[in-house]
Design a protein around this ligand. Structure first.
Ligand code: ZN
Length: 308
């Protein structure tokens, strides 16, 4: 009797194990890639490429400044559990680089900027050591980063390659339309008013791609501070060109831009704050500005309304 009971319990255990087998086989055929992206723009691209096959987490939410962002304990857990980590690169995530480097020894850690033709990346010094990381503001360049990220996902999950390819093609077409739309909207601003003044230098790629002169008060990274000289030279430029509006950014303090408005007032020129631009972070999730395409459109609408 005792022997029989022993056999029975073995049977039960075996059945349980087999059930576990079939369940895990089922999930394997529909692999879920856990991706962790640094910025919202990257997470948005991965979600468009991978659809329901990826669980996408963005570390930096709405209004977060990637230049100053430090990894929290919660982030570390997310990063350690990820199958693939996507980040911007070109030193955008200045304070995270050490952590990303360590993780790259153990798992796929991919800089989406590696997919961009080096000749298209803006150099910031004559020596060629510093690059402008704000690649998402030239939609055509961002598309190259998206196509590169897509290839990495296809490699990581070869069972679903066809689906990833189809999703990527659709998203790439949407980006082509967006690129053309931005160009025609900016062209509607009179030539002499195409000057974009913001808190920090996030819009260099935008200016080059769509024909706008761009001035940032704070330089490429928000780590460096602005000085009185910077304020004075911007005030001179705005009053000379009689520029109507300058802009604040969602992820950067508006203190510096307000100093410029005051400076212009003192010289007898009224310059408005033309609105808020999304520079290094997208809008709230669930709103149109919470997607990459919606964020670019919102920015362009704000610029056109204030400068036209
Ligand atoms: Zn920035």
């Amino acid at each position: 009797m005792k022997k029989l009971r022993g056999k029975l319990s073995w049977l039960i255990v075996l059945t349980f194990l087999c059930n576990a087998c079939t369940t895990s086989n089922k999930t394997d055929s529909k692999l879920r890639i856990v991706t962790v992206s640094t910025t919202g723009m990257i997470a948005d691209a991965i979600a468009n490429i991978a659809g329901e096959h990826a669980q996408v987490t963005a570390l930096m939410g709405a209004g977060v400044d990637p230049h100053l962002y430090k990894v929290t304990q919660g982030d570390l857990e997310k990063l350690q559990n990820a199958d693939i980590i996507f980040y911007n690169g070109l030193h955008l995530e200045g304070k995270m680089s050490e952590v990303l480097e360590k993780l790259s020894a153990k798992k796929k850690v991919i800089a989406v900027s590696d997919g961009i033709n080096k000749a298209k990346i803006r150099l910031l010094d004559a020596k060629g050591n510093t690059y402008d990381p704000h690649i998402w503001f030239n939609v055509a360049i961002w598309k190259e980063a998206v196509l590169y990220a897509s290839l990495q996902i296809q490699k990581a999950d070869s069972l679903n390659t066809e689906m990833y390819k189809a999703n990527t093609l659709k998203f790439a077409n949407d980006l082509d339309s967006l690129d053309a739309w931005v160009m025609s909207e900016i062209n509607s601003i009179p030539q002499q008013s195409r000057l974009l003044i913001t808190a920090h230098d996030a819009f260099g790629y935008f200016g080059e791609a769509y024909g706008m002169e761009v001035k940032g008060l704070q330089g490429i990274s928000t780590v460096s501070d602005y000085g009185l000289n910077d304020v004075t030279s911007l005030v001179n430029l705005i009053t000379t060109k009689k520029i109507k509006a300058i802009f604040i950014e969602t992820s950067v303090s508006d203190k510096s831009i307000k100093a410029v408005v005051e400076g212009c007032k003192a010289k007898g020129h009224e310059v408005k704050i033309g609105g808020t631009l999304y520079s290094d972070a997208m809008g709230q999730p669930g709103t149109p500005e919470g997607t990459y395409i919606g964020m670019v459109k919102a920015n362009v609408n704000t610029m056109v309304k204030a400068l036209k």
